[in-house]
Design a protein around this ligand. Structure first.
Ligand code: ADP
Length: 826
């Protein structure tokens, strides 16, 4: 489009003057086409330009017209050529050009009318020699006037359209000049007016011609049919002169049609030109090319001015909004407390806010030439690859598993700082931008390291606690073994008096109590260190409840209270669950109920609710104050409402945790003075299979009188050896003793025992090693070896079986347990 405009400017002058020459000339030619036939009419027209009487006037008039116009438009043309050459035409020049434009319609219309009237005058003078008709002269005068106006309007619109680009320049820019006669409505009105006027006078001229034709050429005194009001067209076919005349008429009408079209085309251009300007400007604004000014040049006073103004206002508001939001964004980024960095796909840094300057120690200007990678501590191999292709860096940062990435930044001073950052990617006018908001995590990393250390030391402490407990358990059980063992042996002595027996029973009860206490402490410690394991077995639920009742019935009777067991609906017989823990829970809850009830009784309710079994222990005891219900579930916590004879406050804590482990919840409701209800519901899987039959514990395998069985007792503690020795010999075993593992190996060879009871912790050689060596021999494979252990931990049990032992006997030894394992394993 630009090139077209430029070309237009070059030929502007030529186009204007060609138009202002040929347009009037052709109009003179065609309006003068008069005559009885086409030839004559055409000759008449042409004669004006050839006839020696009229030609000099016509030509000189035409040249004069162009010369005047040239003189008039000269400043405008100079202005234009200066604009093209990029010289500033100057304000004065602009003002003169504006004036010329403002007076252009008056000037062109005037010279055109004057020209045509001059032509008419000359023609009239020339005609006076031949003929004189005042009516015809008057019509000719009006005809020339209308033709002059018509031609002038045509020339004016054409010139203005051709000069439109120049006009835009003149009436825009910094100096806004007022424009006259620029209303499109007026131009439209003028056009319509001159067309109608021109047509009207052409018609009059036609009528006068036809009248004259009628007067001159009436055949046989008959007037032309036109005046008879008959069918003119029909008659004209029969009347040759009329026919010829009509031909000329139609040719002229045809030619006029082209003029009208031309005139309308000028009108079209008049509207199209400013519309195109708006379109061109809007296209420019929509494009990214910066050479377009962001405003539409306003050409004052025409109907488009308002539209241009509104569009400009819109552009201005949009631009202001854009600038404002850019400013806002900049302010946010500049004032952000966290460093913000944006970088291009090639790694070049694009945004580096003041917080980033502070963090890295670089000034904004210093980093703009740098690559993002130079600020980050990445493996050397990646750094090298990035120098060739930055895509490697992008890939490196995108391959982090978490969106929040941790990096080590390198400051200007070479200091390394850990930071955390989220890298986001977006498409912008500047291409793909990666933005990162950096968070200093030095404090956090320090905190995390401290936390790790604390965790390690806590784990260490926990391990040490477990070891301590294991050792303590061993140390406490060993003397207890002697106490309980000897009291058991003594209680079977027939020579003792009743008083001695009572004392021995007291020692035994106290020892049992102490053992229970140790077991409770060990249980709670195991729960707290997460070492308690679930051990599911199939058991007979009915039998379990009957056993419980049997266990407590005697105690209830002695305390003078009742004990009821009730079933709510049918309960399954065989179920799968951790029998050991359930027994411990029930013993503790029923034990407490019995312990804290002096009147009334205790009832146990068992019921089934889809997939779960509900146990509820109800008593009519002293009750627990409401505010203490939560408290008593904590270890070592006891209610203030009851006397605690020897209680530790551990039972409920263990019970509660065991119920939770079995996926249940302990519920307590209690009223002081009326009693308490402890209930829980646990899922117990129903089993179709019956439990594996347990051999009756405590069955004494008397082998007295039968074949004597040889047993080797290995323990470094003489008391332990003595208890076991007495227990075994009482039922007919032949025993031999060894003090440590090594001695045990030697004694085995010479004594060839059927059973060995071996302690684990011993000097010289421990039990694990000794049993391994014994079981390695052919003789040893036939011997049943039991471990004597005071350990409380399950993992020790596993180690015992893995080392080759056939079973174990927990310390302190109980006769029942001893006979059970012997009978089970031999
Ligand atoms: P211990 O019985 O060894 O004191 P527990 O943890 O079994 O320890 O019980 C904690 C405390 O809760 C008891 O000391 C007692 O004050 C209260 N308590 C438990 N069961 C009952 C009950 N059935 N009636 C009244 N008080 C109870």
């Amino acid at each position: 489009m630009g090139r077209k405009r430029h070309k237009n400017k070059k030929f502007l002058m030529g186009r204007i003057f060609t138009m202002t020459f040929f347009l009037p000339a052709s109009i003179i030619l065609f309006t003068s086409m008069e005559g009885p036939d086409m030839d004559q009419a055409f000759h008449n027209g042409l004669n004006l330009f050839r006839d020696p009487t009229s030609a000099p006037y016509i030509w000189s008039l035409l040249f004069l017209l162009n010369f005047c116009l040239y003189l008039y438009l000269k400043p405008v043309l100079i202005f234009n050529s200066r604009c093209i050459k990029k010289n500033s035409p100057g304000e004065k020049m602009q003002k003169i050009a504006a004036k010329k434009f403002n007076n252009l319609p008056v000037f062109i219309l005037s010279i055109s009318v004057i020209g045509f009237l001059l032509g008419f005058t000359i023609e009239a003078i020339l005609k006076t020699h031949t003929e004189f008709n005042s009516v015809s002269l008057f019509w000719d005068f009006l005809d020339s006037l209308s033709t002059g106006l018509f031609t002038g309007t045509l020339m004016y619109l054409n010139t203005e359209n051709l000069l439109f680009p120049v006009k835009t320049k003149v009436f825009s820019g910094d100096t806004i000049l007022e424009q006259k006669y620029s209303s499109y409505y007026r131009k439209l009105f003028l056009t319509m007016f001159v067309i109608v006027l021109f047509l009207l006078f052409q018609m009059f001229s036609y009528f006068s011609s036809i009248y004259l034709l009628g007067a001159d050429k009436a055949i046989g005194g008959v007037k032309p049919p036109l005046f008879d009001g008959g069918d003119f067209l029909n008659m004209s076919r029969e009347n040759d002169p009329v026919k010829e005349f009509m031909k000329v008429f139609f040719v002229r009408v045809f030619i006029y049609f082209f003029y009208f079209m031309h005139l309308l085309r000028q009108l079209k251009h008049m509207i199209k030109n400013p519309l195109e300007t708006v379109q061109e400007k809007l296209e420019g604004l929509n494009s990214d090319e910066p050479q377009f000014s962001k405003q539409i040049d306003i050409v004052n006073n025409d109907e488009f001015t308002q539209i241009y103004g509104e569009i400009n206002k819109l552009i201005e508001t949009q631009q202001r909004n854009l600038e404002r939001s850019e400013e806002q964004l900049e302010t946010i980024v500049d004032n952000a407390a966290d460093p913000i960095i944006s970088f291009h796909e090639d790694g070049k840094i694009h945004v580096f806010n003041p917080a980033a300057e502070k963090f890295f120690g670089y000034k904004k200007e210093e980093v703009f030439e740098k690559q993002m990678i130079s600020l980050i501590d990445v493996p050397e191999a990646i750094k090298k690859q990035c120098q060739i292709d930055n895509g490697v860096f992008i890939e490196y940062i995108s391959n982090f598993e978490t969106p929040l990435k941790r990096f080590t930044g390198i400051t200007k001073r070479g200091e390394k700082i850990n930071f955390e950052s989220n890298i986001s990617q977006c498409e912008t006018d500047h291409g793909t931008l990666f933005t990162t908001i950096i968070r200093d995590i030095r404090g956090q990393i320090e905190f995390e390291e401290n936390l790790k250390k604390a965790k390690n030391s806590a784990e260490n402490a926990n391990r040490m606690k477990s070891e301590f407990l294991a050792n303590m358990s061993h140390e406490l059980r060993t003397p207890l073994n002697a106490v309980l063992g000897f009291t058991q042996l003594l209680s079977t002595d027939k020579n003792l008096t009743q008083g001695q027996l009572d004392k021995i029973n007291t020692i035994s009860r106290s020892g049992e109590h102490l053992l229970a206490l140790i077991n409770d402490i060990l249980d709670i410690s195991k729960i707290e260190s997460g070492k308690t394991e679930m051990r599911d077995t199939i058991f007979d639920l009915n039998q379990f409840i009957t056993d419980l009742k049997e266990m407590f019935i005697l105690k209830c009777q002695t305390r003078g209270i009742s004990l009821y067991v009730e079933y709510a609906g049918e309960i399954p017989r065989y179920v799968k669950g951790d029998l050991g823990k359930l027994r411990q829970i029930m013993i503790n809850l029923i034990g407490n109920a019995v312990k804290f009830t002096n009147e009334g009784g205790v009832s146990l309710l068992v019921g089934r609710e889809d997939g779960t079994v509900r146990f509820s222990i109800n008593d009519t005891g002293k009750g627990i104050p409401e505010e203490e219900i939560e408290k008593i579930l904590q270890p070592f916590m006891q209610s203030s409402n009851v006397d605690h004879e020897g209680g530790t406050g551990l039972g409920l804590a263990i019970t509660n945790r065991f119920i939770e482990m079995m996926k249940g919840k302990l519920e307590i409701s209690s009223e002081v003075g009326r009693g308490s209800t402890f209930s829980f519901e646990i899922p117990l899987e129903i089993s179709e299979e019956a439990p594996v039959e347990e051999k009756n514990p405590g069955t004494v395998i008397s082998i007295k009188g039968g074949k004597a069985v040889k047993a080797l007792i290995v323990d470094d503690k003489v008391n332990n050896r003595l208890i076991l020795k007495t227990m075994l010999e009482n039922v007919g075993f032949i025993t031999m003793e060894a003090e440590n593992g090594l001695e045990a190996i030697e004694r085995t060879k010479e004594f060839d025992p059927a059973i060995i009871f071996m302690d684990i912790k011993m000097p010289v050689m421990d039990g694990y090693e000794s049993v391994r060596q014994i079981k390695d021999t052919a003789q040893g494979k036939k011997i049943v070896v039991f471990a004597l252990t005071a350990s409380a931990f399950k993992h020790d049990e596993k180690k015992i079986f893995d080392s080759g032992f056939d079973g174990f006997l927990p310390k302190p030894f109980k006769l029942g347990s001893l006979f059970r394992i012997v009978s089970e394993n031999t």
